[in-house]
Design a protein. Sequence first.
Length: 183
Amino acid sequence: MTIDIRTLFDGLEDLDKKFVDALIRALKNNHLKEFDYLRFKKAVMSLEELDMDQTIAFKSAFATASTIGVTKEKLKKTAIHYKNVLAKEQSEYAEALKNQQNKKVSGKRVEAKKMKEKIEDFKTKITQMQNEMAMFQEKIDSTDNEIAKAEKKLTETRDKFVNAMNVFTGQIDKDLELIELYL
């Protein structure tokens, strides 16, 4: 007997299809060959579809199953088997989720942290460069002042020399004129 596992559980239509399909696939892949919880559940549901009371449907399905050796303990054991199958799926999903978390979230956090650190390094370097630029600008300003002072002093010195030179050459020129005139 082939069982459509999807029909055995209520409310699946409101759930994410991808996850429902994965869980159903896990149940199918681990389906037991003998009469088990899933076959029992299908039998109960079939009896309930005939408008049978749930209590009577359970007892009737169990009475029929007991004729082929099914016991309450065996029924519970197979139900637990399927719970364990689902628990294993949950564990695998949790591991996959953790891996995705590491890859897509934690990895991105590390990447973002590195970029923030790089930005801080750049800010520090920019501050250092601005400080160096200010220091060089002060040196330039100081040097410009020294140059202006030196140029002023040289100009003054040149002017003093030129004035002194003019006095000497002027007198010599006058004396030459006088020599020409008187001699």
